[in-house]
Design a binder for this molecule. Sequence first.
Ligand code: 5AD
Ligand code: SF4
Length: 582
Amino acid sequence: MSRRIIKSLPDMGKARNRMDSPKTVREPLIVPPAVAEFGKGRAYLIKTFGCQGNVRDEEILAGYLEAAGMHRTEIESEAGLVIINTCAVRENAEDKVYGEIGKFKVNHQKDPSFVLCVCGCMMQETGVAEKLVKSYPYVNLIFGTHNLSNILSLLDERLARKKDLVDVLSYPGDIVENLPSIRLDAYKAFVNIGYGCDKFCTYCIVPYTRGRERSRAREDIIKECQELVEEGYQEITLLGQNVNSYGKDFHDGTSFATILEDVAKLGIPRLRFMTSHPWDFSDEMLDVIAKYDNIMPCIHLPVQSGSTTMLRRMGRRYTREQYLDLVRRIREKIPGCALTTDIIVGFPNETEEEFEDTLTLCEEVKYDAAFTFLYSPRKGTPAAALEDDVPDEVKHERFNRLLKVVEAGVMSHSSQMVGKTYKVLVDGPSKKNERVLSGYTETNKLVNFEGPAYLKGQIVDVEIVEDHAFSMIGKLTKDPLIILAEKAAESLKEEPEAIAFLEAKKAVEESPSLIELRGQIEKAQKAMVQKAADSDDEAYEKAKNEYLSLMNSYKKDPVVLNYEARKDDLEELLRIVKGTLS
Ligand code: 5AD
Ligand code: SF4
């Protein structure tokens, strides 16, 4: 009898057909008892390839596994469950995945209960799951992007039936909310605003692997972002394959501009978003970005090619001129806005003239950063069926020419930064040197500078001292301890006790009857001192009684009583803060 059950296999032909709008389901998380038993004390490891969307999926998978009692490890030999979360966008990402899978054969030999899962975009391609089953028989669970939230029930089924499973759906189902999640960063968070893509650029596999465009409900996005603000997150990046399409499926006027504004109003210090398609980038979006200081002036705007004929073959829906016009509008409405991009070199039959159009566009736009890719044919996409007469050497030579032009553009911005001070959100100590911190400016420029690890998660002022084109060297403009003390004072001001105290203090200072009373007390005090100096005991006694009686009325005034009570509350809060510091 086979030790594997194929529940479903994907079909990219079917995936191309869009389905009706999905509903949202909000179900409580249930951990099947057998999975809880399996999870007890078990270490898990997730290896993620690809984009931020996959990173967010990893966080959700981790949420399910930790709900089942497992804990994270980075040590491969320790892991009792491994998930390889794959990317399909280019072939080289796929090659790496096969290497990774091979590594975990030994875990099975050590631990018969070990489970190896492979999931993500690559599993959505026709034929990949079958290939894995044949060549890597020690893979225990294969699932796709559309049934990630079934991980615990798939594990349960595998435990119950004692057989390996393959379950990859061709279509996305409902939008699942209340997803558990263990975030990988304590200060920067990704929030999905929608899933899938309906653009079908001719080279791209994403519309097949991620399914039709579907927006998350506004209230679910707001709730998630609100919680992040309350938890002290400093930065949210709204994620979608194509954020501009957000809300179009609701047909009620909701758009990316409206959700962006709603999230900005929640007060997160930094708000970013990606990815924007140049085709339906509205002026309303630009207005919202320009209006809110906490929306970072940085737009990732993949151009892919600077040639109108090539853009048409790529199915991009805009011309070179329309793209350049959008760049002009962005720079007009958001001065200083950084622009980054993606470019593909070597799309089938790219002519020298078309390629040069890309070079001149880059010279004109001067991107702050550009991700350049050699075209990689993806089976099942229209471009993969095209004959191509351009030799590989020509493609590589063009790629190198493009890199030089991109670098010149990047340097035109970075060289201007030297000597100026920028706000940098500190990611923490850099990988190479723990005394060096790294972080990003508002325009997403990487800056390295000396500083203590406790500044992680703070937004600090850094002066740029050296330009390294793709990253900068800087120095803190203030002593790190002073930065921390100032932040502590600032955040205390927002505590309810501190707010109530400041209000009560203001009421005491501004109350007309108390101002009058304070004047009388001052006079009585002076009179008392005078009578004492005169050695007039009787008059002194009278003045003293007058003073004490005025003081008594002052202390009993309800406004003053409230001030004293609020002061006690604040002192109690400060005692707690002091306790946590010492
Ligand atoms: N080959 C090379 N690059 C690709 N991209 C998408 N599909 C391919 C492909 N088949 C690039 C695009 C996209 C980025 C995420 O990956 O530039 O914007
Ligand atoms: Fe792929 Fe184009 Fe969709 Fe981007 S917009 S995910 S490149 S199909």
